[in-house]
Design a protein around this ligand. Sequence first.
Ligand code: HAM
Length: 420
Amino acid sequence: MSTFQAPKGTYDLLPPDSARYLAVREAIAAPLRDSGYGYIETPGFEDVELFARGVGESTDIVTKEMYAFETKGGSRLALRPEGTASVLRAALEANLHKAGNLPVKLWYSGSYYRYERPQKGRYRHFSQVGAEAIGTEDPALDAELIILADQAYRSLGLRNFRILLNSLGDKECRPAYREALQGFLRGLELDEDTRRRIEINPLRVLDDKRTEVQRRLTGAPMLRDYLCDGCKAYHEEVRALLAAAGVAFEDDEKLVRGLDYYTRTTFEFVHDGLGSQSAVGGGGRYDGLSEMIGGPALPSVGWALGVDRTVLALEAEGVELDLPRSTSVYAVPLGEEARRVLFGVVTELRRGGVAADFGFGGKGLKGAMKNANRSGARYALVAGERDLAEGVVQLKDMESGEQQAVELATVVSELRSRLG
Ligand code: HAM
């Protein structure tokens, strides 16, 4: 029988690398938790219509990339391709917005699924940490989120990322721009697919990565020239708040993003060491999404950072995360009696808050010491029959190589004090 492999476009997270993923998730979450964001978890799948209406019928995510299926009970569901629609659905369902403390600030961390063409940095199963601030229109909220993402990346030691910023206007000014852009695009020589896109979602054409398309776009009307006074003032305030916070950004008037719910502020974090999949995170304001999925008007803003790509970006910059040791003490028993005694010591250490591990399987000194080394433990505890007869264990400092006999009765307190 052939063995199984992880499905195409997915990969397994294994130790020791997995520790870096946990550290990245934690580093992104920490500034959110410290800024009033509460943790939310929603199901891995939702009614397919939630994403069709929320993310947009014309987006690649909905038309090409969604894992949609029918259950045995006849429900049409989809694995979540993103988090925003689900989080808003959950907030509305629980009436969080009626509790009288807007904005409702939530953060989340989880797996998302898109049937994309796999390549480095683009997977069919990937991981995001995200934040949504629901129910308030305030440029300081947009700025807060961008500043917190910047802070998260910097706390990890990431430096070579840039923040691209744009405003997509609102329902007042975007329609006129859309029409002007369509008029311009219809006059260009473009392939069938792109011509279709002009009719459904013309702004996405601006985002086309192909150079021959970009060349033709010279002279296209730009949204900046169509923004209404409200959108203009809002955007200027976001920019001013970022500048005052010392967060550098680049105005990118072609930044459109691949989800239809955005209004006004949109932004993306790009890393220059990642090749074509350079977006390590992105987000923006989505003032109309709540109404699109049947809720009241709730202007909101949020972002999601890609954990997989953030890890790749750290690798590209050669950043070594300062990960805490997972094991402080490794016990190596030599013989049956030592196994019983040291297993007891390890249990006691663990209950006392010392991270400890044990040489299982009766490997003998050499093999067990190899495991002790690999565990990264600061101390090894070795005991054989003769040690036990003398009421001692050998305590080896794995950094200095020094070894000394310690009374069995005091070894736990000795280790606790040495490890501080
Ligand atoms: P998004 O730009 O589609 O936005 O995804 C956010 C981040 O998730 C991307 O910048 C990227 O780092 C990561 N990502 C997306 N697709 C993949 C993939 N196939 N493989 C690896 N990483 C990927 C959203 O999902 C919005 N919900 C963000 C948001 C929150 N907007 C408002 N609130």
